[in-house]
Design a protein around this ligand. Structure first.
Ligand code: OGA
Ligand code: MN
Length: 213
């Protein structure tokens, strides 16, 4: 399938249901997936991932009853991250062309959930903020079994409780969803769970005032 067809399907899924899940391996390629897997394993083992918070800026708090993952922001600085950023930018422009979302940029982090970790039901963006518009999660685990827990549970659009679907965090699988509309949670993991989360945003980075004069 060519990339335009993939993008058509992603856009259709987002439009019709607010979310879609698919295996991106044929687009990314198994080598890049393997390289990203290696990166997060090294980061995890070298203790480079930090406890994630909720909220933002000065309101950022760390609440272990809500989320227990550890994260590291990607800078696009390694060859694999650069290749991934290239893919994410293709996705950004492809979705803009099809859904007129006006996505301007993205941010991405690696995340590790160790045994017993979870992320309670939440949405990724507060309504009206128009900052995070589309969320993407790419999974990086080989041979994930249903008994390993750690599935992404997606709720139906606009619902607090209707189950929309369960996504197993198997390597190459992606979940793509509307950040404000789709409530979701990460069920408790029974083994280490590696992923990469990305948010496509409508805002631009505010320039410091000094850059304007
Ligand atoms: C998040 C999130 C889902 C997942 O990081 O906000 O909901 O499946 N992640 O890792
Ligand atoms: Mn989320």
């Amino acid at each position: 399938m060519d990339k335009a067809k993939w993008l058509d399907e992603f856009a259709q899924g987002l439009y019709e249901n607010g979310w879609i899940s698919f295996d991106i391996t044929p687009w990314l390629g198994p080598e890049l997936l393997r390289a990203l897997q290696q990166e997060i394993i090294v980061l995890d083992q070298s203790d480079a991932l930090k406890i994630a918070g909720i909220g933002r800026g000065s309101a950022l708090i760390q609440d272990r009853s809500v989320r227990r993952d550890k994260i590291a922001w990607l800078q696009g600085s390694t060859p694999s991250q650069a290749a991934l950023f290239d893919f994410l930018d293709n996705l950004r422009t492809g979705l803009n062309q099809r859904l007129f979302l006006g996505l301007k940029r993205f941010e991405a982090h690696y995340a590790t959930y160790h045994c017993g970790d979870f992320y309670k039901p939440h949405v990724d963006s507060f309504q009206g903020r128009a900052s995070r518009i589309v969320s993407l999660v790419l999974y990086l685990n080989d041979d994930w079994q249903p008994t390993d827990g750690g599935a992404l549970r997606i709720y139906s659009r606009g619902s607090e409780s209707d189950a929309g679907g369960l996504v197993l965090p198997e390597a190459g699988r992606v979940a793509l969803f509307m950040s404000e509309e789709i409530r979701h949670e990460v069920l408790e993991a029974h083994r280490t769970r590696y992923s990469l989360a990305c948010w496509f945003r409508q805002d631009v980075i505010p320039l410091p005032l000094s850059a304007l004069v």
